[in-house]
Design a protein around this ligand. Structure first.
Ligand SMILES: [Zn+2]
Ligand SMILES: [Zn+2]
Length: 206
């Protein structure tokens, strides 16, 4: 079987199983571990799957927007607001479970809460709604634009767009670590309250 065919078949198989171990892949295609690793690496670079220790997990493709514009994205694991496409932050756990957050603010809190169990985190570009890995996203933290939870945390795929946004709305630019620190500082100021104080307050009001 040719490499391209094998990779295609592997993706179809993964779509059914949601996760596969390296051993299963090696046995099914009768290839060496090295070849399997190369395949998985190539597929991961195309964002077609996510490698985890000893295997791979499927990446759930974002559902295409429904014709009526009513996209069901689920509710936030932190504050139970409905999650919207341009702010969506989703977490895939190592057991394959999916969790969504209404915005990067709640997403980073959920990420912080689940820590080691998180296999993959995706966040949406605030301008285009396109999902991309949280690890490589550009965060604008604490800007004046707060479409969802406060303090505002928005994510951008593109550094230039993040800077333009910052020019207009202020805040600081950082990566996922900076966002985590930002949130932790914020939470330590409200140590007596459980979870994210802003989300908790918002949830109480609604
Ligand atoms: Zn939330
Ligand atoms: Zn939110």
């Amino acid at each position: 079987m040719k490499g391209t065919e094998r990779r295609k078949e592997l993706l179809e198989w993964l779509a059914q199983e949601k996760n596969l171990s390296l051993v299963e892949i090696v046995e099914r295609f009768e290839i060496s571990k090295m070849t399997a690793h190369r395949d998985l690496e190539a597929l991961e670079q195309r964002n077609a799957l996510k490698r985890i220790h000893g295997g791979v997990v499927a990446i759930d493709k974002p559902a295409p927007p429904a014709a009526n514009g009513n996209v069901k994205q689920g509710t936030c694991v932190i504050c139970f607001r409905p999650a919207s496409q341009h702010l969506l932050y989703s977490l895939t756990m190592k057991n394959g479970e999916q969790k969504v957050a209404c915005c990067p603010h709640c997403g980073v809190s959920a990420h912080l809460m689940h820590g080691e169990e998180v296999a993959m985190a995706l966040t949406a570009d605030y301008l285009t709604g396109r999902p991309h890995p949280a690890q490589s996203t550009i965060f604008v933290l604490g800007s004046a634009a707060a479409p969802c939870c406060k303090p505002s945390m928005l994510t951008f795929e593109d550094t230039e767009m993040a800077q333009r946004f910052q020019d207009g709305f202020g805040g600081i630019i950082g990566n996922l670590d900076d966002a985590t620190n930002f949130l932790q500082e914020e939470m330590s100021l409200h140590r007596d309250e459980e979870g994210c104080p802003h989300c908790a307050a918002a949830a109480r009001k609604e």
